[in-house]
Ligand binder design. Sequence first.
Ligand SMILES: *Cc1c(COP(=O)(O)O)cnc(C)c1O
Length: 428
Amino acid sequence: MDFENSKAFALSLDEQDELKNLRKEFLIPQHGGRDAIYLCGNSLGLQPVRAAAYLQKQLTNWHELAVEGWFNGDEPWLQYHQSLRATLGGLFGALEDEVTVMNSLTVNLHLLLVSLYKPDSKRFKILMEGGAFPSDQYAVESQVLFHGFDPKEAIIEVFPRAGEYTLRTEDIIAAIGQHADELALVLFGGINYYTGQVFDMQAITKAGHQAGAYVGFDLAHAAGNVPVKLHDWGVDFACWCSYKYINSGPGGISGIFVHRKHFENPDLKRFYGWWGYDLRKRFQMTPGFVPAQGAEGWQVSTSPILLLAVHKAALSLFDEAGGLSMLRKKSLLLTAYLEYLIGEINQKHGEELLTIITPKEPQWRGCQLSIICKRNGKLLFDHLVKNGVIGDWREPDVIRLAPVPLYNTFSDVFSAANLLDESLVILK
Ligand SMILES: *Cc1c(COP(=O)(O)O)cnc(C)c1O
């Protein structure tokens, strides 16, 4: 599309937006008596208006049914999580029994590594993206130590080439090949949190399997943002959080994917808890663990129904959007418009003051653009926030802006770019 750098053009795109009605389903934070320009859904998605009603419904059930709520009422809590699986399956390209909701992200990463990081003296290495989100680095390091290996030897990080910000798929594949005989696991983000790069999950999975390793993904930044096909790609496992693009609230409940091929895999160990026990016999309370069929067999503890209620409210909006395909279409346009406007700013100033390090090719990015400012990056960022444009700052030098198709508008993007431009003049 040929974009134009004008408010009128942004408004016309908003007018044509088939998903525009979804914005009113969200509570937009206020700044100076107006809606803030919230471009931070990559960190914490906004609150769905209906979250309160979904939560209140379960509070009422708790009041009226008390313990009977587990078994009675129109949404018995015992199976409440199962009502989310169809939507989640759609978002992740998974069969319904390959996904479940439980715990939080890093906890789930640990639980999945218990099952799918099975090092021995020959195959003990984990290959991951350099500069992965810190929690993932810590989790992996501690798993390696737990198994008695040396992280310096066991963790292989693949970094971008000198002078480049993002990874080349060919370099990832080559690194997998280089360590093939010693690799136990390839663990990547679906999207790198810092650069916003979408990794070629299909190619990485194929290469990892050819090397004889398991392959898993942390989809924190991909979940609800870009379509993935975990089942068809043959990915062994994945986990994500629900509070970024899925809008299920700060510290909201997370989810996992385990490929069906592992349901009956007797080699996989796991950590047991009664919520992973076959539901048909769970309340017989007998010794000897019998896992539930599917991803549910990895559950450990009682479902936190209040968190699940908010998650359900948030997921219902993806149902109303018809899944990810229309959202993705709008997202590609929103982000391309932001990219175009940043190009306009650079042109106007006669130098590249703002460098976008996120890949240019639409299929290799989601909502987010990561921007390095040539001068005064942190000052620029603070100025944006002070004036109602909410993005985030990631050390050492990146501003992340993520227009989200569920609630952001083209006018939001235009206003944010306008303020960026103004701020650059002020900070010159
Ligand atoms: C946001 C994020 C996390 C956060 O993990 P929590 O356990 O929810 O605190 C972990 N990994 C990645 C890649 C993330 O983007």
